[in-house]
Ligand binder design. Structure first.
Ligand code: ZN
Length: 214
C-alpha cells in the first residue's frame, strides 16, 4: 500500500510501533535514542495517532510496571511522557517520601524549574536501567510548564514523589538518565534494596555505603 506522502517520518515510526498489539518494547541504556534531546511535539502525529501512542505508553508503563514512561524509552524522539502512580506504600513511606497517589497524566513539551531551595534525596530507578536503583537528590518542589495531550497549557506545581517523577521523565526528554544525577556510591541492586534499603529514607544506606545526603 502506498504511504501517504504528508505523513512525517516520526508518524511512520509510531505507526510501525503500534502495528504490534500489547506493551511496547522498552529501550535500555546504551541506545543513543536515550541520549538525544527530543523534538518538541508540534503536530508530527495527528490527533488520532497521538491518542493511540499515548495509550500504548500507558499500557507499557502499567505492564512494566512503572510510574512514568518517556517517549524515548520506546525509541521515539518526541517530547512526550506519561506518569501515573497509585502509590501502594506503607504510611511511614508515604510520609517520609511524600509518595502520594498521582493520577494518570500526559506531559507534552514539559519543562520544570525549582520552587524554593528544598532538596529531597531518595532511591529511584528507571525502566531503561533495569535491576538497579540509586539515590538522586532532586528539587523537593517544581513548577512544571508545558501542554497536555489536547494542547491545553499546563502550569502546575508538583511536590513530594510526583515532583520526583516529573523531573525524572522530563530529564529523559533532554537526553538525561537518572544516573547522571545519582550518588553513584549508593548504586544498589534491586535485591539489595529489598533486603537492606527498603526503609523510608536512605539514611542507613548513606552511612553504610559512604555517601552524603543533603
Ligand atoms: Zn527512566
Amino acid at each position: 500500500m502506498a504511504t501517504p506522502s504528508d505523513r512525517t517520518p516520526l508518524a511512520e515510526q509510531v505507526e510501525q510501533l503500534l502495528a504490534t498489539e500489547g506493551p511496547l518494547a522498552i529501550v535500555a541504556a546504551g541506545d543513543p535514542v536515550l541520549r538525544r534531546p527530543t523534538e518538541r511535539f508540534d503536530g508530527q502525529l495527528d490527533p488520532a495517532l497521538l491518542a493511540r501512542f499515548v495509550e500504548a505508553l500507558r499500557i507499557t508503563m502499567h505492564a512494566a510496571p512503572g510510574v512514568g514512561l518517556a517517549a524515548p524509552q520506546v525509541g521515539v524522539g518526541l517530547r512526550i511522557a506519561v506518569i501515573e502512580d497509585p502509590a501502594p506504600v506503607p504510611e511511614e513511606v508515604r510520609l517520609a517520601r511524600g509518595r502520594v497517589p498521582q493520577p494518570f497524566r500526559v506531559l507534552v513539551n514539559p519543562s520544570y524549574e525549582a520552587v524554593g531551595a528544598a532538596r529531597a534525596a531518595f532511591f529511584e530507578g528507571c525502566l531503561s536501567v533495569p535491576g538497579y536503583q540509586a539515590v538522586v537528590t532532586r528539587h523537593a518542589e517544581v513548577r512544571l510548564t508545558g501542554e497536555d495531550e489536547h494542547g491545553r497549557a499546563v502550569d502546575e506545581v508538583f511536590t513530594g514523589w510526583p515532583a520526583r517523577i516529573v523531573q525524572h521523565e522530563t530529564d529523559h526528554l533532554d537526553g538525561m538518565l537518572y544516573l547522571d544525577r545519582a550518588e553513584l556510591r549508593s548504586l544498589s541492586s534491586n535485591q539489595a534494596i529489598a533486603e537492606r534499603w527498603a526503609g523510608p529514607t536512605p539514611a542507613r544506606a548513606a552511612e553504610a555505603l559512604g555517601f552524603e545526603l543533603p
